[in-house]
Design a protein around this ligand. Structure first.
Ligand code: 6PG
Length: 234
């Protein structure tokens, strides 16, 4: 199995890991010419990171996107956008036009189509060119079942290799909208941020390219970096 082993950066605990990841992102942004297109992950792990980025990430060239969203209102406690806003966006001066949340105001299919249109407009083309990645960095989490973004086990979205976004109608309490493999792979760097012993097995299997896990089927075009605390994978 060819894996997405990439580079591993291990820190003792979630707090030091968040500091290390924030430092890496700020340095990567500084080294990037023009817009710095960053796709954010959801869930709970990135909270500490986003709180640090609120006071450290330059905003002038920053363009924010999301790798997935729960199909709930933007002020819902489950919203990935709301979490990022609580920890980062409401504490930083990022121009509104540089923040691209996934819409959740009509129905999952329509919102997925609209987000795909947004991505294509930003990219300036309807077909992804491997020589010109869509994102500079895609930040991803990992579930203990090996899902990432909302690429959930057993769902049809795992077979989607044409569309850039997709609705995910089953597998969780609420529908999701997710970027698909082609869009997530179209990045100069894919960065996994994973903490906790419960993720250890999924980390090892995903890194080994175990294709029974959604994350194990991801084949980033650019570099892959795993930011792990010791519990998740020294
Ligand atoms: C989501 C995320 C999802 C998340 C993992 C890990 O919308 O939930 O995109 O892929 O990154 O489920 O979640 P935790 O960080 O909460 O463990």
């Amino acid at each position: 199995m060819t894996g997405i082993a990439g580079t591993t950066i291990v820190e003792p605990d979630p707090q030091s890991l968040a500091r290390r990841a924030a430092q890496w992102l700020v340095e990567r942004s500084a080294a990037t010419q023009g817009s710095f297109r960053l796709a954010l992950s959801g869930g709970s792990t990135p909270r500490l990171l986003y709180r640090l980025l609120a006071t450290s990430m330059p905003t002038a060239r920053l363009e924010l996107f999301w790798g997935d969203e729960r199909f709930v209102p933007p002020d819902d406690p489950d919203s990935n956008y709301r979490m990022a806003k609580e920890e980062w966006l409401s504490h930083a001066d990022i121009p509104h036009g540089q923040i691209h949340p996934i819409p959740t105001d009509t129905d999952p299919r329509d919102c997925a189509h609209r987000y795909e249109a947004t991505l294509k407009s930003v990219y300036g083309a309807d077909v992804l060119d491997p020589a010109r990645p869509l994102f500079d960095v895609v930040l991803l989490g990992l579930g203990d079942d090996g899902h990432t973004a909302s690429l959930l086990p057993g769902q049809p979205v795992l077979g989607e290799r044409t569309r850039w976004t997709a609705p995910v109608m089953k597998g969780r309490d609420e529908p999701r909208i997710t970027l698909t493999y082609p869009a997530l792979e179209s990045s100069r760097a894919v960065v996994f941020l994973v903490t906790g012993a419960d993720k250890r097995d999924a980390v090892a299997r995903a890194r080994a390219g175990d294709e029974s896990l959604p994350a194990g089927r991801l084949h980033p075009q650019g570099e892959t970096i795993w930011f792990l605390d010791e519990a998740a994978g020294a």
